[in-house]
Write a protein that binds this ligand. Sequence first.
Ligand code: PMM
Length: 294
Amino acid sequence: MLPTARRRYTVPLPGGRSLVLGTRTRVMGVLNVTPDSFSDGGRHADPPHAVDAALAMIAAGADLIDVGGESTRPGATPVDADDEIRRAVPVIAALTRQTDVPISVDTTKPAVARAALDAGAALVNDISGLRHDPSLAQVAAGHGAALVLMHMRGTPADMYDRADYADVCAEVADELAWSVARALDAGVGRASLILDPGIGFAKRAAHSWTLLRQLGHPALVALDLPWLVGVSRKSFLQTAVGNLSPPARDPASLAAAVVAILGGAHLIRVHDVAGSVQASRVADMISAADTDVS
Ligand code: PMM
């Protein structure tokens, strides 16, 4: 027996738009405008090239685009807010002129989030779950933006030293509940929140596998919010398929994405959009075989 159907949520976005989750799986295309991302480092560092890459992902079926100006690779050099703004905001501004597809900004910094939202972004994706700077939530609230709260401990530089869990699902749920409380305190509406277990962040491979197997864990389900899951090209996949380059991990990424969807993910964050759209349609058909998908 597969798990029961996902709960449905309608996430309000700026400009009167909304994102309906829990029907068809939404595919978020990753656009790293960094010189050093682990998965696609340097490919989209110049703005016109980045915009073309995003438009190609949209043509391939992406429902959202996540633009990031700071690499989260373990040991990556931290970037200051001005550099992050200089990398990400021109791309976001150009994209919002050319597409209605909601754009998210992958940042932990309030100044970057503010500049991105002013340029037309609709979501803020905070990999620190408001631990880096809780005032990021005020920025999201002030713009009526959706806010993704991802689970991580520490920073990408020291996160593996903190990958120590007795019960990874319960502890991730507990620590995400802290992030949710900070967001609500800051005035973000509950309907604007999306959670992410942070696959590969402050997790050993075994923790990532357990989380994927147990997205339906009662402590995670009890948070009663939609889930974004990012497995695409991550290094934990190598424990299953061996030492492959990040793009060569795409088939493994698709297999893991299907499992995430069947376990309850509403959105998947991916590099291979065309493949992920096909994989998520298959997962949607299976999970909705006796319910309604639209
Ligand atoms: N993974 C990366 C970066 N940002 N954001 C969310 N919400 N979830 C993730 O799993 C996530 C993220 C790292 O991958 P990349 O370097 O390919 O962007």
